[in-house]
Design a protein around this ligand. Structure first.
Ligand SMILES: [Zn+2]
Length: 162
């Protein structure tokens, strides 16, 4: 999964998740990418990438693929997967992503926009938060310089948060 910072011809900014850059190009050409605020299909990729600020204390586990592949270091090749592995891998990565976000953020629910502002302006201690914002709130936050990362479709972090 790859996230792009997108904008429509009305300059609405939003995040879009795609399987790959090619997947985005294909959907964009077919007019399948629409602005969530106005439905405009004239979508462009912004140059700046969105950030998910989860702090520096995130646990980093050495991956087994690295260990197994250590004897091929220095060889000009790339490890790849394909075919039916893709769906399973994607599901696995989304589950890991969800687990990581849940473990490293505090749920502030629908107070997200307000809390994000207070943290941004130094009125509350810095911490990593998750929650829910409307498209308008996300846009307003972005205009104030507060970046948020939309979650990929299919990920529900906190059931029951409206
Ligand atoms: Zn728009």
């Amino acid at each position: 999964m790859i996230v792009f910072n997108l904008s429509c011809s009305q300059d609405h900014a939003f995040d879009g998740w795609f399987r790959s850059a090619d997947d985005f190009e294909r959907q964009q050409r077919a007019g399948l990418v629409e602005c969530p605020m106005c439905g405009d299909a004239q979508i462009q990729k912004c140059l700046s990438a969105p950030r998910l600020n989860l702090g520096a204390s995130a646990p980093v586990e050495p991956s087994r693929a690295d260990e197994a592949g250590s004897n091929t270091r220095g060889v000009s090749s790339q490890e790849v997967v394909g075919g039916s592995m893709m769906q399973g891998l994607q599901t696995h990565m989304l589950a890991q992503f969800k687990q990581f976000v849940l473990a490293n953020t505090e749920n502030v629910g629908t107070d997200f926009a307000e809390t994000a502002r207070r943290i941004y302006y130094g009125e509350e201690a810095h911490r990593n938060i998750r929650g829910r914002v409307s498209a308008e709130e996300a846009q307003a936050l972005r205009e104030e310089g507060i970046e948020t990362l939309g979650l990929p479709p299919g990920i529900i972090l906190d059931e029951g948060v409206q």
